[in-house]
Design a binder for this molecule. Structure first.
Ligand code: ATP
Ligand code: MG
Length: 749
């Protein structure tokens, strides 16, 4: 038996060694699902399976790269030949090979969400619809939802239920917009993200010979994070494995957090119907986290009604209790969390890489970034406005896209007057509308502009067409991506314009473009990339997910800041789940139904289970939102946690000391006070002199109380549910509030 098999427990070993036939592993967080998948692939290759015949679908490209790397250490460079990546990247590759079946060419563009919305805005305008009713974002979401359910534009228009639904939503024209959008994408030889899956389904449905080819190519299909696949993704994998039946899916229903994007837990239930021969293996031992963390997670998820019951236990050490940090403002939350990171780092000789700060929404990162910078701690932000979303980067990429695909309407709109060459919006609109009306590609209009537009406006367009032709020639001559891109950056005038802008922002934009050129150079020099053309580079960039961002300098030891959604599948020694407040987490938008609230709770479960050794929750009592200071209450999730695992003394100590002296910062006091005057908390109430919290264990309805911020009020309702005690208090100044008694400071008057 090979070495690696000895580092597995019995059910894991069975899963790795399972031969032919469908296999499903639905198991709790940290129980080794991803590890099993990795070892299983290595095991197959060691037993003679050709890596070209293995298809493995992961959630991020980074996860795929890590998996490939691990497999490579046991089976060698052969691991490079595994078909491994995200659904989008793998099927984009297949669509390029088979493009002609669908009437596309293999150099099709991939529209990102900005491109899609910009195209929708043009169409909404052309249809003379009110853009306050038809918001591009809302229209895009509806179309995307339809595609993920495999509803085509024609199906959409013919479906009376959908039509009635759109009418009720006062957007009866969505079907027509969807149709026009589809036609325009096709004319532009472009697919959006959803199309990559939708069109793969069409390809496999309408061309059985193509399906046959891939069914016989891939002998083994593996899917990680199966709970987050949508209908469209599930159908693809089901079809691909229909012949050989060698499909292995791993997932955790308790971690399903993408229902809002069409992911469907039903897939897990359907799997047993679609593959009746399925062997199901349970993994119950968690290897990632301490007992306290595992038990905390179990106590949270037990509240969900919709779930498959399963046990999770660990033999790891008990570990420390879960700290709760309470701050008076979002800025203070940033400082307290970062101070805690600093202290933990010193005490536990940990590295920056061992820490993650997880939040519900990207916008929360600011206060942590400020505090980290102040203490000189390096960090990386995953997601948010990423490198490839910056304007100057998208501008140069748009040039490159248009050179590869001259039908790309969105790329065209971006570059036609960039740098400025005196081509006005009216002329641009004339060009796109002429192309649409005559059903010809944009490039046909641009390169024969005299047939469509007369007068002086044609001069700069002729020049533009000439410039683009000269770039296209380079591609025909077989120049690689770097040669073409550098030439384009210089000759188009993009670099010059940025170079002449001597402001700090201008300089950083110039550097960013240089950085993009560096990335292209790296791509060309990488021996793993056989195809060094611009088209291939563009594809790899278009499919980067938020979690795949490069670090901007060589130093990789950084604290990670990211949303909980992007933390799925990852692990860190020390995790801070921040912003634990009502309306923020659970999000205000997820409080309308039990299903939504349960999805938020699963998200909380994902957050908790990322931690290996130490977990901390934090919340602020006030924060700025949309420019206004808002009072916040601790999240209901904090109360749902079995209180035995929480250490709230930090919350209490901070609270108690703060009222008598400025925020205590331990030995960092001087640094923080000098450079960071805290934003004064807005006191709605001055607590009475000598305010001391009372013992509220015997609190009853009708009692008069004082709260340090909300002032005086009367208890109108008590809610005692196990260890969770809540009081609803009618305050004179701020109205009714429900308070969690283990957190709230109340003085019985
Ligand atoms: P998630 O649900 O969060 O995706 P997972 O089930 O995929 O988690 P893994 O990431 O595969 O879990 O494993 C969690 C951690 O436990 C990893 O660090 C992994 O190396 C370790 N691990 C898993 N199984 C074993 C084992 N038998 N012996 C030692 N360590 C293990
Ligand atoms: Mg995993």
């Amino acid at each position: 038996m090979t070495d690696y098999l000895s580092s597995l427990n019995e059910p894991q070993r069975q899963a790795v060694m399972h031969g032919e036939g469908p296999l499903m592993i639905i198991a709790g967080a940290g129980s080794g699902k991803t590890r099993v998948l990795t070892f299983r692939i290595a095991h197959l290759i060691e037993n003679g399976v050709d890596p070209f015949r293995i298809l493995s679908l992961t959630f991020t490209n980074k996860a795929a790269a890590e998996m490939r790397h691990r497999i490579e250490t046991s089976v060698g460079y052969e691991a490079r030949n595994i078909w491994m990546g995200t659904f989008h990247s793998v099927f984009a590759k297949i669509l390029r090979i088979e493009a002609k079946y669908l009437g596309y060419t293999s150099n099709f563009s991939i529209y990102d969400t900005d491109d899609s919305k910009s195209l929708l805005r043009s169409i909404i305008k052309e249809f003379n619809l009110d853009d306050k009713v038809y918001k591009a974002n809302a229209v895009f979401n509806r179309i995307s939802g339809a595609k993920n359910r495999l509803v085509s534009a024609d199906d959409y228009l013919n479906n009376s239920i959908i039509q009635a639904d759109d009418k009720a939503a006062r957007m009866p024209e969505i079907g027509r917009l969807y149709k026009a959008y589809t036609v325009r994408c096709f004319q532009a030889n472009a697919m959006d993200f959803d199309d990559l899956l939708f069109n793969t389904n069409v390809l496999f449905r309408d061309f059985p010979e193509v399906l046959y080819k891939y069914q016989h190519k891939f002998h083994y299909v593996m899917v990680d994070e199966f709970q987050d696949t949508n209908v469209s993704q599930y159908l693809i994998t089901r079809k691909l494995s229909a012949v050989h039946q060698n499909i292995c899916v791993v997932g955790d229903d308790a971690q399903s957090i993408y229902a809002f994007r069409g992911a469907n837990i039903e897939n897990i239930l359907n799997f047993e119907k679609d593959f009746p021969a399925v062997r199901t293996i349970k993994l119950e031992q968690n290897y990632r986290s301490t007992q306290n963390i595992v038990n905390t997670a179990n106590s949270v998820i037990a509240r969900n009604k919709a779930q498959l019951r399963k046990e999770v236990f660990t033999e790891n050490e008990e570990g420390t209790l879960i700290d709760v940090i309470k701050a008076n403002s979002d800025n203070e939350e940033g400082r307290l969390v970062v101070t805690s990171i600093f202290e933990e780092k010193m005490q536990g000789s940990l590295r920056n890489n061992d820490f993650a700060i997880l939040y519900r929404t990207n916008a929360q990162s600011r206060s942590f970034e400020e505090a980290l910078r102040r203490l000189g701690i390096k960090y990386r932000i995953v997601g948010g406005l990423s490198f490839y979303q910056r304007k100057e980067i998208k501008d140069l990429l748009a040039y490159l896209r248009f050179i590869v695909n001259q039908q790309d309407e969105e790329a065209f709109k971006r570059i036609i007057n960039l740098p400025k060459r005196g081509i006005g919006d009216t002329t641009v609109a004339k060009i796109t509308v002429s192309a649409a009306e005559n059903s010809v590609p944009i490039w046909d209009v641009v390169s024969n502009i005299h047939q469509y537009v007369s007068g002086r406006a044609t001069v700069p367009i002729d020049k533009f067409a000439y410039l683009i032709k000269s770039f296209m020639l380079m591609i025909d001559q077989g120049k690689d991506a770097f040669e073409v891109a550098t030439h384009v950056a210089k000759t188009s005038g993009i670099l010059r314009e940025l170079y002449e802008d001597k402001t700090v922002e201008g300089l950083s934009r110039y550097e960013n473009v240089q950085e993009l050129l560096n990335a292209i150079k790296e791509f060309v020099d990488n021996p793993e990339n056989e195809d060094k053309t611009l088209g291939t580079f563009l594809q790899s960039v278009a499919l980067l997910t938020n979690a795949d961002e490069p670090d901007d300098d060589g130093d990789n030891d950084r604290v990670t800041l990211m949303t909980i959604h992007s933390a799925k599948g990852l692990e860190f020694k020390n995790v801070y789940v921040v912003g634990m407040e009502e309306d923020l987490f659970p999000s205000q938008m997820m409080l309308e139904s039990r299903q939504d609230l349960e999805e938020e709770r699963r998200l909380f479960y994902v957050a908790i289970t990322r931690a290996e050794q130490k977990l901390t929750f934090s919340y602020a009592e006030s924060r700025y939102q949309w420019g206004r200071l808002k009072m916040c209450e601790p999240s209901r999730f904090l109360l749902e946690v079995d209180q035995r695992f929480l250490n709230t003394t930090k919350a209490t100590r901070e609270m108690a000391t703060r009222e008598t002296q400025p925020a205590p910062m331990g030995f960092l006091k001087n640094i923080t006070q000098k450079t960071a005057p805290s934003r004064a908390p807005v006191a709605t109430h001055q607590p009475s002199e000598g305010f001391a919290p009372s013992d509220t264990s015997g609190l009853t309805e009708g009692q008069k109380v004082e709260h340090p911020k909300f002032g005086f009020g009367v208890v109108s309702k008590m809610d005692i549910n196990g260890t969770d005690r809540k009081a609803t208090v009618k305050f004179d100044a701020v109205g009714e509030k429900t308070l969690l008694l283990s957190f709230a400071k109340l003085r019985i008057v």
